[in-house]
Design a protein around this ligand. Structure first.
Ligand SMILES: [Mn+2]
Length: 286
């Protein structure tokens, strides 16, 4: 059996610099890193990041942008030029850093899961020909991540765009909240190029925050079943953890999106060891 590769999203170490987060993840023995930042300070650290990749052997898996694609469009999405410009800028960064995937949220807030529209009915769809042509020329694959936008919508989007440079990053925690893990993976199928792995206890009914981004093993997801679902679609990619390092997440309070109240760094390291151990065990027993 091919050896499984593991990766970490730098958001877990959001309170230290991006290079320091990458160094820390490399020191913990991970194979890949997913780069995540709200702002564009990455502009200043490109050279340093490349040095770390070269010295430690850790490889950049993806650039994960904070913004949704729709966020860049005006309310009525007339400003397609701006959307295209933002995505091209990210693709340039990916190429500069040797990152294979650009992972974007399609939309988190405005999407109505109860009455989904076809992707090509949305004005932002007009941006795709130019975005995809640029991605193809850059050799970067754009991945859309499921959230309240379910995998069936993104699958349809990928089919309509019809390019080898578009695919899906299946967020397992989000699938557990907005559809279910096994259905989401079966729907995404061979379009699944990357994963966001985190745990939660399902959708809360009291309005509390549900998308906790706990380490696999801390929440209620059956990871053995998840590994079986991945085998069923012959997933050959990296196992990428996207964890929240805040105390809030463990207390289940509503405002963890503030990325504050962090656990000490060593406790966050432990979460990664827990996550990796839990997934390795789930792989062995599935
Ligand atoms: Mn995610």
């Amino acid at each position: 059996m091919q050896e499984k590769k593991f990766s970490v999203n730098t958001g877990l170490y959001y309170d230290i610099s991006l290079p320091d987060a990458v160094r820390r993840i490399a020191a913990l023995g991970f194979d890949y890193v997913e780069l995540y930042r709200h702002s564009w300070e990455i502009d200043d650290v490109t050279r340093e990041l490349k040095e770390i990749f070269r010295h430690t052997g850790i490889k950049p898996l993806a650039w994960h942008d904070h913004h949704e694609l729709i966020f860049w469009a005006e309310d009525d999405c007339r400003d397609i030029y701006f959307v295209v410009k933002q995505v091209k800028q990210r693709l340039d960064f990916c190429r500069e850093l040797g990152v294979k995937y650009l992972t974007l949220h399609y939309d988190f807030e405005a999407y109505d899961a109860a009455s989904p529209v076809s992707p090509d009915e949305h004005p932002v769809f007009k941006a795709f020909p130019e975005i995809i042509e640029y991605a193809e020329n850059s050799g970067i694959i754009i991945l859309f991540e499921n959230g309240s936008v379910q995998t069936k919508f993104i699958r349809r989007l990928c089919e309509l765009v019809d390019s080898p440079n578009i695919g899906m990053c299946v967020d397992i925690g989000h699938a557990n909240l907005f559809e279910d893990v096994e259905t989401a993976l079966a729907t995404a199928g061979s379009l699944t190029k990357c994963l966001h792995m985190s745990d939660n206890f399902g959708m809360r009914r009291d309005g509390g925050f549900s998308d906790l981004h706990l380490a696999p093993g801390e929440g209620g997801i059956d990871w053995r079943k998840c590994m079986l679902a991945l085998k069923n679609i012959n997933y050959q990619g990296v196992f990428n953890f996207e964890l929240n390092g805040s105390r809030y997440a463990r207390e289940g309070v509503a405002d963890i999106k503030g990325w504050g109240n962090f656990l000490p760094l060593k406790e966050r390291d432990k979460l990664l060891r827990l996550a990796r151990g839990h997934i390795k065990k789930a792989l062995r027993t599935s």
